[in-house]
Structure formats: structure tokens, C-alpha cells
Design a protein around this ligand. Structure first.
Ligand code: ABF
Length: 218
């Protein structure tokens, strides 16, 4: 199977975690897109979805799946989303698609986070994928200097404005051994909105697409 077929397989496998008559949390990216397409096949047995990006809202609506505002929803049994990297503790780097803040908010509300990923995303140590940090625009240079003090090499993601009107710094050169600690340290920098480490709120289940089939890691 090629990478797209692996993504499609995990997107379909995630349907098993969607309870009847619920509102589903839906993520962003090419793997999440396969989940949205799979969700369309069972749309009659769910109420609808809450989404972490405008792009996913558009795809959900194109399938006729009702989309709810998060503030109108008090119970979200499951959030399904991809990742840029995930380790065996199910801690992740996310935000390659610049949707990290909304992803983190929806993940915080959900009871269960189901990560769907092809096997290329599984790593021993997080950090080879540059860590995205969403930053209030006027704080860009200050935050970049603070990130250098933490040992990283931040790069401004040119031409990208998030759904929240902010910019992204991608931090290169990190080898993340204490993900919880680094997530907190970066969040403490004034001007940072969110960082793409999902360690405090890691995934509960990883559906990993491999050439031998979908593996389930918990
Ligand atoms: C979202 O989409 C992001 O957090 C992550 O950056 C990206 C993964 O994209 P893909 O599934 O296209 O590899 O989940």
C-alpha cells in the first residue's frame, strides 16, 4: 500500500470509535480528510461534527455533514486527527497545517483523542519535524529570541496566517526528551498562543497504518 492508501485505511478504521448519535470532533490535514470522507458514509447515524479548521468545515459541509460551533456543544466523546510526529507514549507534534490552536482546543474538550497516522509519523524522539508555534504577530521577534534560548532555531513561516489571524514560527533543531516540560516552557513565553507539542493532552489511541494493516497502540 502507498502512503495515501495507509492514510485512507486509518481514516476508515477510526469510524469504529464514533458512537451512534454523537457529535464528532474532526481534525485537519490529508489523513483527517480521509476520515471526513469515511464519516460521510455513516452521516445518518451521527448528529454532526465540530471541526478544528475552516478547511475541514468546508469538506464536512461538502458531504452534507452538519457542523456545530464548539461553544454550543458540551459533550464531545471523540476527536479524530492526524499528527506530524508521534512517539510511543502517544505524545505528538502537530501544526504542520497551521491549525494547532483550534486542534488543541477541540482535543481538550474531547473525552478521547484518536490519532490516525501512517507509519512514517511514528518516531522514537520528537523534534525532527520542526515544532510549530502560533504567535501574536507583534511578538514575533521577541518570541523567536526566547525560543533560541530554549535551544531551538525558529524560522518564520512566510505567507501563512492562521485561522486566528496569527503567524507561525517553526522551531528546528530540537530533540525533545521532556515533552511535557518543553510544552509548558514555550507556552509561558508572552506572545505565544499555542505550541504544537501535544504532550499534556496526548492521544489516547493511535491507529497506525502499516504495510501489515492498521495497528492499534494505546
Ligand atoms: C493535522 O494535520 C496537523 O496537526 C498536522 O500538522 C497535520 C498532519 O497532516 P497529514 O495528515 O496531511 O500528514 O493533523
Amino acid at each position: 500500500m502507498n502512503q495515501d492508501e495507509l492514510k485512507q485505511a486509518v481514516g476508515r478504521a477510526a469510524l469504529e470509535y464514533v458512537p451512534d448519535n454523537c457529535i464528532v470532533g474532526v481534525g485537519t490535514g490529508s489523513t483527517a480528510n480521509y476520515f471526513i470522507d469515511a464519516l460521510a458514509t455513516i452521516k445518518d447515524r451521527i448528529q454532526g461534527a465540530v471541526s478544528s479548521s475552516e478547511a475541514s468545515v468546508a469538506r464536512l459541509k461538502s458531504h452534507g455533514i452538519p457542523v456545530f460551533e464548539l461553544n454550543t456543544v458540551d459533550h464531545l466523546p471523540v476527536y479524530v486527527d492526524g499528527a506530524d510526529e508521534i512517539n510511543r507514549q502517544l505524545q505528538m507534534i502537530k501544526g504542520g497545517g497551521a491549525a494547532l490552536t483550534r486542534e488543541k482546543i477541540v482535543a481538550a474538550v474531547a473525552e478521547q483523542f484518536i490519532c490516525i497516522a501512517d507509519e512514517s509519523k511514528l518516531v522514537d524522539v520528537l523534534g525532527k519535524f520542526p515544532l510549530p508555534v502560533e504567535v501574536i504577530p507583534m511578538a514575533r521577534s521577541y518570541v523567536a529570541r526566547q525560543l533560541v534560548k530554549l535551544g531551538g532555531h525558529p524560522a518564520y513561516r512566510e505567507g501563512v496566517i492562521t485561522d486566528n489571524g496569527n503567524i507561525i514560527l517553526d522551531v528546528h533543531g530540537l530533540q525533545i526528551s521532556e515533552a511535557n516540560k518543553l510544552e509548558s516552557q514555550i507556552n509561558e513565553i508572552v506572545g505565544v498562543v499555542t505550541n504544537g507539542l501535544f504532550a499534556h493532552r496526548r492521544a489516547d489511541v493511535l491507529l497506525l497504518g502499516t504495510s501489515k494493516g492498521v495497528q492499534v497502540l494505546k
